[in-house]
Design a binder for this molecule. Structure first.
Ligand SMILES: [Zn+2]
Length: 226
C-alpha cells in the first residue's frame, strides 16, 4: 500500500458525489476567543518509533463543525444525545446570502422557508473566514429577526458557515438568536464550510458525536446534490 505523506488537502477524501462541508479538527484551530485553545497532538507516533500512533484531543464541545443542543442556552433543555437522528439527516436546502454583514429578514423572506426544512446558509464567510486560524470578528451572522422567522416557519435545523450564529459585537444578538432557535428545538449547525457548494437542494448527513449529556457535539457534515 502506498504510504500517505504530506499535508492534509481539504476535500481530498471527498472525490465522490458527496461534498464534505466540515472543518478538519486541528491543533490550535480557530475557536471562540474566550474558549480554551483546542489542543490536538500526537501523543504516540509510529513514525517516531512508538509501538502505536495515538492522538490526544483537549477540546470543548463547540469546536469546529458542531451542533448546538437546546441545553447550550436553555436550562433543562435537551442534550445532544437526545437529538433525534433525523434532525440533521435528510433533505436540506442551501441558500446563498450575498449580504456581506448579516443575514437579515430581507435576505431570507424571498426564499420562502417551509416547515420542517433543513436550511444551510452559505455566506461570504465560507471563502473569507477560514483562510486563517485567527478568529474573524466581522463574520456574517443571523439577525435576531431572522432567528425568529426561522422559528416561526418551524424549520427543522439550520446551519451557518462560521463558529456562531450570533455576532461577538452584540451580546444580546448572540443570546437571542440561540435562545429563540434552541427553545424551539431547532438544531443549530455551526462551523460549516460551504465554499464548494452551490445553492440548491441536497441530501444532508450530519451527526454529532454521541456526547453523554453534551450541550453540543462536534460533527461531520456532508452533502450530496439531489
Ligand atoms: Zn455552538
Amino acid at each position: 500500500m502506498a504510504k500517505k505523506t504530506g499535508k492534509f488537502e481539504w476535500g481530498e477524501a471527498t472525490k465522490s458525489s458527496w461534498i464534505d462541508i466540515s472543518i478538519p479538527l486541528r491543533d490550535k484551530m480557530v475557536h471562540w476567543p474566550t474558549d480554551p485553545v483546542p489542543r490536538i497532538t500526537r501523543l504516540k507516533d509510529r513514525d517516531k518509533g512508538d509501538p502505536v500512533s495515538l492522538m490526544e484531543m483537549q477540546i470543548i464541545d463547540h469546536v469546529g463543525t458542531h451542533i448546538d443542543a437546546p441545553l447550550h442556552f436553555i436550562a433543562g433543555g435537551k442534550t445532544i444525545d437526545q437529538m433525534p437522528l433525523n434532525a440533521t439527516i435528510g433533505r436540506a436546502r442551501v441558500i446563498e446570502i450575498k449580504n456581506p454583514k448579516a443575514i437579515t429578514l430581507k435576505d431570507v423572506i424571498p426564499h420562502n422557508l417551509r416547515r420542517g426544512e433543513r436550511i444551510l446558509f452559505k455566506t461570504t464567510n465560507s471563502t473569507r473566514c477560514y483562510k486563517t486560524d485567527e478568529f474573524v470578528e466581522d463574520y456574517v451572522y443571523f439577525s435576531t429577526e431572522v432567528a425568529q422567522h426561522l422559528a416561526d416557519r418551524r424549520v427543522r435545523a439550520v446551519g451557518l458557515d462560521y463558529i456562531s450564529i450570533g455576532t461577538p459585537s452584540d451580546r444580546e444578538n448572540i443570546h437571542n438568536t440561540h435562545q429563540i432557535l434552541l427553545e424551539n428545538d431547532i438544531y443549530v449547525i455551526e462551523g460549516l464550510n460551504l465554499a464548494k457548494v452551490k445553492p440548491g437542494r441536497y441530501e444532508l448527513i450530519c451527526l454529532p458525536l454521541l456526547l453523554y449529556r453534551g450541550d453540543a457535539g462536534p460533527a461531520r457534515a456532508i452533502l450530496k446534490p439531489v
